[in-house]
Design a protein around this ligand. Structure first.
Ligand code: 5GP
Length: 192
């Protein structure tokens, strides 16, 4: 069991049957030692793919993206910003992302100057659920003609289809913890 799985067992909180609350250590209050360990593990999984940069979404993907980038030798982190803004002269790539947790659609954007044709990009995020956030980021990569080398996430919710869909497309997906189900108030982690 890795450090993230241990933390989810000890401090993860279920909300209903489909939301995992990890805000005491991952995405509101951040346990920096854990974030560093996450970065080390994701970096080890993708080092051979030699990404040029990491792409994530603000705000909760940034911590894991940063520590992964550090462990990969301080490659840059680009985070998509949320909210619509005037696309002056087409200076940003944009996509729409439906948020599972907030049940609303958000525009995200990335400056064209930071993502350029031919870059090898690793997507990192805190959660992978229905895959909407990753699809939005993939759309931005397509607009930039950049290459996706894989998707690294802290927590995958195996009972939602995002991870399976990406793997079915042949995309390398690495999740440090997979939640199989939330049942009787317990978060059930996939046993490896
Ligand atoms: P997806 O786009 O794959 O459906 O969901 C991923 C995004 O939704 C992540 O960026 C994450 O912020 C949020 N998310 C999805 N499910 C959960 C959850 O169970 N708990 C938390 N804290 N965030 C979630």
């Amino acid at each position: 069991m890795n450090e993230l799985e241990k933390m989810i067992e000890a401090h993860g909180v279920d909300i209903g049957t489909d939301v995992v609350k990890v805000d005491s250590f991952l995405n509101h209050r951040i346990d920096v030692g854990l974030a560093t360990a996450i970065g080390r593990e994701l970096a080890a999984a993708f080092a051979e793919d030699r990404p040029d940069c990491i792409l994530t979404v603000e705000a909760s993907g940034i911590a894991a993206a940063l520590t992964t980038a550090q462990a990969l030798g301080n490659i840059p982190v680009i985070f998509a910003k949320k909210g619509s803004r005037r696309n002056v002269g087409g200076d940003v790539y944009t996509a729409e992302v439906y948020s599972f947790t907030h049940q609303q659609s958000n525009s995200i954007h990335v400056s064209r100057s930071f993502l350029t044709e031919g870059m090898s990009v690793l997507i990192v995020d805190d959660f992978l659920a229905n895959g909407e956030a990753v699809e939005g980021l993939r759309s931005i990569l397509r607009q930039a003609r950049a290459e996706l080398i894989g998707v690294g996430v802290c927590v995958e919710k195996g009972f939602q289809p995002g991870g399976r869909r990406l793997r079915d497309e042949g995309i390398k997906v690495v999740s440090l913890a997979i939640v199989d189900a939330i049942r009787d108030g317990k978060i059930l982690l996939h046993q490896r």
